[in-house]
Design a protein around this ligand. Structure first.
Ligand code: HEM
Ligand code: HEM
Length: 308
C-alpha cells in the first residue's frame, strides 16, 4: 500500500513536470490566464503582485520552476521553507492566499490545455501543489508572529465603503462617460483610442473599478498590466488622465474627499501600466508595433477643476 502511494507520488510529480514542459513555449499566455483568474478571484492581490507584465510573467515562471523541480522535494525542504518565510516577510503573502492561488492556477491550466487537462493531471497538480504549499505554510506558521503582524498591518487599507459612498454602479458609469468623452478629445491621449469603442471601454472600466472598490466583481477582462502591455504610457500621460478623472468625478457633483479616495484606488494601478522607455512594451504577436503617442507641438495639459 505504502509502496503504491509512493509510486503515485512519483508519477504525479512527473506528470506535473511534463505538463510544465508542455506549456513552456506558451508560458506567457498561461501566465496571462493565471493573473486574469487570480485577480478575478481577489482583485486585492494586485497589491502583492505589482509591477508590469514583464515582472508578472517572471514571477509566474519562477513559481512554475518550483513545481517542475519537485522530484526530490523532501531533499530541498530547507530551501522551500526559506521560500515560505520570504513569502510572508517580504511579499506579504498570507496563508489564506494559497487556496486562491491554487484555484487560479488550475483554472488557467484547464483553460489553456482544454481536454488535455484531464482528471489524472488535475489530481496530480492538486497533490504537487499541496505538498509544496504544506512546507511553505509550515514555515509561515513558525515565523515570528510579531514580525508578521507588523508587515500585514501595513497592508493597503481596502476602502470598504467606497462603492456605496460613490453612489454605486450608475454614478461610476456616469463619471466614466465623462472621463472617456474627455480622453477621446484629449489632443495627446486620443491617439491611443483611435478605432476603439467608447461604449465598450466605459463598460469595462466601470466593471473593473466596481470590483476594485469592493463592489460586485463582474469584470472578466485582462488585468491592466496585460491590457496596456504594448502601449508606451508614461507617468506624464497618467498625470493627464488623473486630472481628467478628477475633473470628471467633481463634475458629477461628488465631493473632493470622494475624489481623493477614488483616485487612490485608480492610481494603485499605475505601476502596472507605466513605462520608462518604449523597449518596456511587450508585444502580443510578431508584427505588432508598440503604440506610441508623440506629444503634439505646443501641447497644453488640461487644467484641474476646482472642488466645490
Ligand atoms: C506552493 C505555492 C507557491 C510556490 C511554489 C511559489 C513560488 C515562488 C517562487 C519560486 C518565487 C520567486 C521568488 C522567491 O523564490 O522568493 C515566488 C515569488 C512570488 N510569489 Fe510565490 N509561490 C507560491 C505561493 C504564492 C502565493 C499563495 C502567493 C500570493 C498570493 C505568492 C506570491 C508571490 C509573489 C508576489 C512573488 C514575487 C515577489 C517579488 O519578486 O516581488 N506565491 N513564488
Ligand atoms: C494614460 C493612461 C491610459 C491609457 C492611454 C489607456 C488606454 C487604454 C486603451 C487604448 C484601452 C483599449 C485596449 C484595447 O481595446 O485593446 C484600454 C483599456 C482598458 N484600460 Fe486603460 N489606459 C490608461 C490607463 C488606465 C488605468 C490607470 C486603468 C486602471 C485603473 C485602466 C484600465 C483599463 C481597462 C480596465 C481597460 C479595458 C480592458 C479590456 O479590454 O478588457 N487604464 N486602456
Amino acid at each position: 500500500m505504502q509502496v503504491n502511494s509512493a509510486l503515485v507520488k512519483v508519477k504525479n510529480r512527473l506528470l506535473v513536470k511534463l505538463c510544465i514542459d508542455e506549456i513552456s513555449p506558451k508560458i506567457d499566455i498561461v501566465s496571462q490566464l493565471f493573473y486574469q483568474e487570480l485577480f478575478h478571484l481577489n482583485i486585492h492581490l494586485k497589491t502583492i503582485f505589482s509591477g508590469n507584465v514583464t515582472f508578472l510573467n517572471r514571477k509566474f515562471i519562477n513559481m512554475m520552476a518550483t513545481f517542475k523541480n519537485v522530484k526530490h522535494l523532501e531533499a530541498i525542504e530547507n530551501s522551500v521553507e526559506k521560500m515560505g518565510e520570504r513569502h510572508v516577510l517580504h511579499y506579504r503573502v498570507q496563508l489564506k492566499h494559497f487556496p486562491t492561488l491554487k484555484k487560479a492556477l488550475l483554472l488557467a491550466l484547464k483553460k489553456h490545455l482544454g481536454e488535455r487537462f484531464n482528471a489524472e493531471l488535475e489530481a496530480a497538480w492538486h497533490e504537487v501543489f499541496d505538498d509544496v504549499a504544506e512546507i511553505m505554510q509550515r514555515a509561515i506558521k513558525n515565523c515570528d508572529p510579531a514580525k508578521i503582524t507588523e508587515i500585514t498591518s501595513n497592508e493597503s487599507d481596502d476602502d470598504m465603503g467606497l462603492y456605496e459612498d460613490i453612489g454605486g454602479e450608475a454614478a461610476i458609469q456616469r463619471v466614466h462617460q465623462r472621463l472617456y468623452d474627455a480622453l477621446f478629445d484629449e489632443p495627446w491621449l486620443e491617439k491611443f483610442f483611435y478605432g476603439k469603442s467608447k461604449e465598450a471601454l466605459i463598460d469595462k472600466q466601470t466593471k473593473f473599478m466596481i470590483a476594485a472598490f469592493n463592489g460586485p466583481n463582474n469584470y472578466t477582462g485582462d488585468t491592466p498590466a496585460f491590457v496596456h502591455m504594448h502601449m508606451f504610457i508614461t507617468e506624464e500621460m497618467l498625470d493627464v488622465r488623473e486630472t481628467l478623472l478628477r475633473n470628471a468625478i467633481l463634475a458629477e457633483g461628488l465631493s473632493a474627499s470622494i475624489a481623493e479616495r477614488w483616485l487612490k484606488v485608480d492610481q494603485s494601478f499605475r505601476m502596472a501600466i507605466t513605462k520608462k522607455t518604449v523597449d518596456e512594451c511587450v508585444l502580443k504577436c510578431i508584427g505588432q508595433l508598440p503604440i506610441v503617442a508623440q506629444k503634439p507641438m505646443n501641447y497644453i495639459a488640461p487644467n484641474a477643476a476646482k472642488a466645490k
